[in-house]
Ligand binder design. Structure first.
Ligand code: PHE
Length: 444
């Protein structure tokens, strides 16, 4: 904290202790429900293999360049996502991009916390050993039981939001950095263990076939937009989370490398989750396009049949809770950082107040599944792509070549990475996002 104390935002703002800490925190933000809950069910809905290929294309051509852009804007300005645009282009309308980010963070966290609550509920069920020795249909049906109970959903939504607020109130140092170092590798290892099991199950062949053979006839413009939205959601892009995290970084760091690590780690976990889920879906005769309940209906059935399945279930849902929390923290941090920087509010007060309001806004999602789906659609298919498009245009066309280059080169001095990124962020990313978006809206 000492570096920071001499500046105009003492203590409240904080700093990462190292580049590694920063990269791990960004990985923590990226890896979450987007990978383990959302990716498999969206992949199931849009036909498997073809979707996965389009998704990977989106991560490479659009995701990585925009992530790097967000990191650079954050580090250059040392500000929240609204302040960052204000500082770079004072008085210009570009500040709207920052506002959009704050609103998007607000919307996403409101329902993200409800789904985080589902995970907590399943962690609790595992603790009670509720899946062991139960017939598969009964275990699968537990999910509709949860959806049918507004009380249970609000209860777990409350607990999830409380945990998020407490961590954010404690600040960037105490809260966010530490847990990531253990939890993310542990989640990865557990998924690898589950993969070994899934690959030996009866549905392994059908599951792998579903994921690996592209059926292009099932891919539609909507599917492509979903893949793009999923890439933004999963990589935490398009709403300033990575600008905010970049703003807690000082000095030299090779951000090019960091964005690669984050994108690779995130995509690996998503694909791994897919490889665990789909063999199980086919083993237990479930529907690949079952929707948001997919992981909650498949994994517990597998856990009920595994030796020591109760323990595995507990480990899995606890780790997923951590992964979801490290993402939720970054969502709340976007909004909180704005009030700390711009309004000079204290961190604790802001975290409780804003977290409390977001909690209330999440209640409709907890009692009404349709509303949750609607918020998720609006956020991932509209707000995030629009935010990402604006960030790409701003970085590629509004910032000058020397502004981009000087920030990029603080920590990275070779020309090739800069030139390739510059090309992608100016031409490929904005054009790809714009085309997909316009096509989906049916304008041509
Ligand atoms: N990336 C997170 C996940 O996959 C969700 C998230 C989206 C976090 C946007 C921050 C910003 O779960």
């Amino acid at each position: 904290m000492s570096q920071r104390e001499a500046t105009s935002h003492p203590i409240e703002r904080g700093n990462w202790s190292s580049v590694l800490g920063f990269t791990l925190a960004a990985i923590g933000s990226a890896i979450g429900l987007g990978n383990v809950w959302r990716f498999p069910y969206i992949t199931g809905k849009y036909g498997g293999g073809a979707f996965v290929l389009v998704y990977i294309g989106c991560v490479l051509a659009v995701g990585i360049p925009i992530m790097l852009a967000e990191f650079l804007i954050g580090r250059k300005t040392q500000r929240n996502c609204v302040g960052a645009f204000q500082k770079l282009r004072p008085g210009s309308p570009w500040v709207v991009t920052g506002w959009l980010g704050v609103i998007t963070g607000f919307v996403i966290l409101s329902y993200y916390s409800v789904v985080g609550g589902w995970v907590l509920h399943y962690a609790f069920l595992s603790l009670k050993n509720s899946f062991t020795d139960r017939p598969p249909e009964e275990v699968s049906a537990m999910f509709s039981g949860l959806l049918g109970s507004p009380f249970l959903q609000i209860f777990w939504h409350t607990i999830f939001m409380l945990l998020t607020i407490i961590i954010v109130a404690r600040g960037i140092y105490g809260g966010i950095e530490r847990g990531n170092k253990i939890m993310m590798p542990a989640l990865f290892l557990l998924l690898c263990g589950l993969l070994v099991y899934a690959l030996q199950s009866d549905g392994a062949k059908a599951g792998l076939d579903f994921l690996l053979s592209p059926r292009w006839d099932q891919m539609s413009p909507t599917g492509v937009l979903e893949a793009l939205g999923q890439a933004f959601f999963s990589l935490s892009l398009g709403m300033g989370a990575m600008i905010t995290y970049g703003s807690y970084l000082r000095g030299e760091a090779n951000l090019f490398r960091s964005s690669f690590y984050v994108a690779i780690g995130d995509t690996l976990i998503a694909i791994l989750a897919g490889f665990v889920i789909f063999p199980l879906v086919f083993t237990f005769n479930l529907e690949p396009s079952a929707g948001p309940g997919l992981i909650f209906q498949t994994l517990p059935v597998a856990f009920s049949q595994l030796p020591a399945g109760g323990l595995v279930a507990l480990a899995f849902f606890s780790l997923l809770t951590f992964a979801a929390l490290t993402s939720a923290i970054s969502l709340l941090e976007v909004v909180v950082a704005y009030f700390i920087d711009e309004k000079r509010w204290g961190r604790t007060k802001t975290a409780w107040l804003i977290g409390g309001i977001i909690f209330l806004c999440g209640i409709p999602s907890a009692v009404w599944g349709y509303f949750l789906g609607l918020m998720d659609q609006i956020a991932t298919n509209y707000l995030l792509p629009i935010g990402a498009l604006l960030i790409a245009i701003f970085t590629g066309w509004v910032l000058t070549h020397s502004e981009r280059r000087s920030e990029f080169e603080s920590g990275e001095i070779r020309a090739l990475p800069y030139l390739s990124w510059s090309f992608l962020i100016r031409f490929v990313s904005p054009v790809a996002v714009a085309i997909i978006f316009i096509y989906k809206l049916g304008i041509f």
